[in-house]
Design a protein around this ligand. Sequence first.
Ligand code: SAH
Ligand code: SF4
Ligand code: F3S
Length: 443
Amino acid sequence: MPKTAPPQTYRVKSFGCQMNVYDGERMGELLAEQGIAPALEGDEADLVVLNTCHIREKAAEKVYSDIGRLKRKDGSAPLIAVAGCVAQAEGDEIMARAPSVRMVVGPQAYHRLPDMLAEAVEGKRVTDTDMPAETKFDALPARRKSGPTAFLTVQEGCDKFCTYCVVPYTRGAEVSRGFNDLLNEANRLIEAGAKEITLLGQNVNAWAGEDAKGRVIGLDGLIAQLAKLPDLKRIRYTTSHPNDMSDALIAAHGAVDKLMPFLHLPVQAGSDRVLKAMNRSHTVDSYLAILERVRAARPDIALSGDFIVGFPGETDEDFEETLKLIDAVGYAQAFSFKFSARPGTPAASMNGQLPVEVMDERLQRLQAALNRDQIAFNESSLGKDCNVLIERKGRHPGQWLGKSPWLQSVHFESDAQIGDIVPVTLTEAGPNSLHAVPHMTQA
Ligand code: SAH
Ligand code: SF4
Ligand code: F3S
């Protein structure tokens, strides 16, 4: 490849989960530290980082079509880096199939982006999908920017090996970041304006570490310590695995005011037979028992989950059981997906792969049930007083958009500003958001 001028501007496009978004922010900070500026909205960037997701088919296909569409008005191509989980899983394939890609970098190697860029500018094509033992976090610049809400990766990787899932392969084994490192990053984010921090991990509730006094603590301990930071007002965490919902973490939902009343606890299916084939290592009953205890600790908790329909061998009866589970829980919100056979995962070669029409029909019924419950949850919030953290401007002048403690989008008119926490009464409920009226005095 020919040499290129060093890039002056960059754009990072993130396509995946919240951790993928977090990684995208950190790659941006790393590039900014090299003197490369973020491209302005609508401008063409000299360097484009496609931060990919491998969780379902469409995600990977999108990468290739995006690469094709990155041509600039003058016909030239920007420097292209493919990062994220597709890079990890299919780095060599991408290099072979997409000659305009200069860099392929995995989720555990992106701290090396500046070195890779130096080589790419010289005309080389570089791949780094190592999972180095030393953590990338030590090599990343300190956080300097934050909105009112921030993500903080505390745990990465997964040892659970659900039979449908690529994450254990793309992210590697479970690793917890050290307590001091996390406290440091949290403090930086708060100084930069974060009022709410969402602790992230593929299995965030598997986080373990030692506090400043050398005591072994779990996620509940980390949450309790973060809650002591006066300028941090709200704490959330995601995503959790049912098997790592410790008694102490459940108790924290009742004991720590700053821990918001929301729990995303994926179950995937409502049939024990399917759960077993998924290698979920929990049953419907054990899952429901956890939710019951969480509700006892925090009666107003809003529950969320993930569902997969059409897992190989899923019968109509199995699917009916999933609908029954949904009826029993009453989720405030949830995500649902058609099973996608991922290369290299055990489920991809299981007997009983289902036709897409069956999956479509089941997904529609599942989503109808979930929507019904989401609307019911929002309507049950009417008349409640709560605080809303303003995240951004709303669609109309003078209108603000923020989140309720239960993670609902709430809009209202007020002379407050972004980052304010405003006490309101919830007055109108739609399927995806609520309207509110602020109280006279501010918190
Ligand atoms: N670690 C988290 C999230 C993993 S990915 C957890 O265990 O919950 C997010 C969601 O994507 C999963 O919960 C699952 O519902 C869905 N998912 C993962 N692999 C999938 C696949 N092969 N097909 C369809 N959905 C999948
Ligand atoms: Fe994937 Fe299961 Fe791990 Fe979640 S727990 S990341 S679904 S393997
Ligand atoms: Fe996607 Fe990787 Fe997240 S596969 S869901 S970006 S961990």
